[in-house]
Design a protein. Structure first.
Length: 88
């Protein structure tokens, strides 16, 4: 399973968001660049501050495969560097 987790901005820093809208399952058949673009677009659309990609057997047995990527107010991350570094 590959999924994106979203983060809220708080005074103490970024915190993982809660609820069913705080993650999206990504299609493993897509290339890493496409999954990153989908995650960035959904993060901005849902109003979160940042996103990160995870991979594992389930939500509880997964590990991050990217760093946390913040969303700016002007536009989401469109071509993160990690996408070329990880062969998903």
């Amino acid at each position: 399973m590959i999924y994106a987790e979203f983060y809220n901005s708080t005074p103490s820093g970024l915190q993982p968001a809660c609820g069913d809208r705080s993650v999206i399952i990504l299609d493993g058949r897509h290339n890493p660049a496409t999954n990153g673009q989908i995650a960035a677009a959904e993060c901005a659309k849902r109003g979160y501050a940042a996103w990160r990609i995870f991979r594992g057997e389930s939500f509880t047995r997964s590990s991050p495969i990217s760093q946390i990527w913040p969303i700016t107010n002007s536009k989401p991350v469109s071509n993160p560097v990690w996408l070329s570094a990880h062969s998903i």
